[in-house]
Design a protein around this ligand. Structure first.
Ligand SMILES: Nc1ncnc2c1ncn2[C@@H]1O[C@H](COP(=O)(O)OP(=O)(O)OP(=O)(O)O)[C@@H](O)[C@H]1O
Length: 277
């Protein structure tokens, strides 16, 4: 085998990337990133708009192919998997998308039961029972089953998205901007749900969560660990793209001005760059 040697702790990691780079044409979005996420950890990925957070999330499940480097799930490189193995690996992930990504013309029941009808060939009555159970977990009543997404508030739609992600009892939950567009109270409800969801599998099979967010309050509240990415275009050639990788509650104390600027939401030099008078 000519595959590169796994990172030191990649064996224990449920999700890992090794020297991952992603380029689109001449634009390098991810550069030489290595990261491993142990089972049960909640990792928040932060960084300014366009730094590559969503590209990283999509790379983890093989929706975007690495230009170089590799992605591993449970120690197995995605690049070496057959289509069938890749599909099987993806069923161990749950996704909670930015806009909830529900089918507008389908009912909530159809939306939530879809994964188990499609991938598990569950019987409709069993799928419905599971849907009611998962909706209750996110604080929604059975009566929402017959509604269409447009009849629900943004916060309810996000919770339906989480209920759908939970249907397959995932090992890993990926959240893309889970609190964007929500008021502070509903944001905190979603934060609490993320925290509770991580405990679902118990000590034996804790859920691993990766949360992409702009919301510093949410990142610090839900995550054990925060990784901050910096846009490649703003880096010198030898600078690492990860500018913070450490405990969530220590990020405020970082001595890197790029990190404190983001944490405190200060425009500083960006105003001049954007030529805002
Ligand atoms: N499929 C693609 N083809 C070409 N360029 C892409 C593709 N996907 C993303 N990009 C580019 O990669 C860069 C990073 O995008 P990405 O969506 O990962 O940013 P982000 O950090 O998630 O931003 P935001 O916080 O605004 O959602 C952007 O410049 C984007 O235009």
């Amino acid at each position: 085998m000519n595959a590169p040697a796994p990172a030191k702790d990649a064996k224990k990691a449920l999700v890992a990337i090794e020297r991952l780079s992603v380029r689109f044409g001449t634009q390098t979005v991810l550069r030489d990133l290595s990261l491993s996420v142990p089972r049960g950890q909640t990792l928040a990925i932060i960084g300014e708009s366009g730094c590559g957070k969503t590209v990283l999330l999509k790379s983890l499940i093989g929706l975007i192919q690495p230009t170089s480097g590799r992605v591993l799930f449970d120690g197995e490189p995605l690049g070496g998997m057959s289509d069938r193995q890749l599909t099987a690996a993806r069923t161990r992930y749950g996704f909670v998308f930015q806009q909830a990504a529900l089918f507008d013309s389908s009912t909530i029941e159809e939306n939530v039961t879809f994964p188990v009808l499609e991938h598990r060939r569950a019987k409709p009555a069993e799928a419905r029972r599971m849907a009611v159970d998962r909706l209750r977990q996110v604080g929604l009543p059975e009566s929402v089953l017959t509604k269409k997404p447009a009849e629900l508030s943004g916060g309810m739609r996000k919770r339906v998205g989480l209920a759908r992600a939970l249907m397959m009892d995932p090992d890993v939950l990926l959240y893309d901007e889970p609190t964007t567009g929500l008021d502070p109270i509903m944001s905190d409800v979603v934060n609490e749900l993320i925290l509770r969801t991580t405990e679902l599998g118990g000590d034996d099979n804790p859920v691993t969560s990766i949360v992409v967010t702009h919301d510093m309050h949410s990142a610090v509240k839900v995550a054990d660990r925060i990784v901050m990415l910096y846009p490649v275009a703003r880096l010198k050639p030898d600078e690492p793209q990860i500018v913070y990788d450490g405990p969530a509650n220590k990020i405020e104390k970082s001595s890197d001005p790029r990190v404190t600027q983001f944490v405190h939401g200060e425009a500083r030099d960006r105003l001049e760059e954007l030529q805002i008078a």
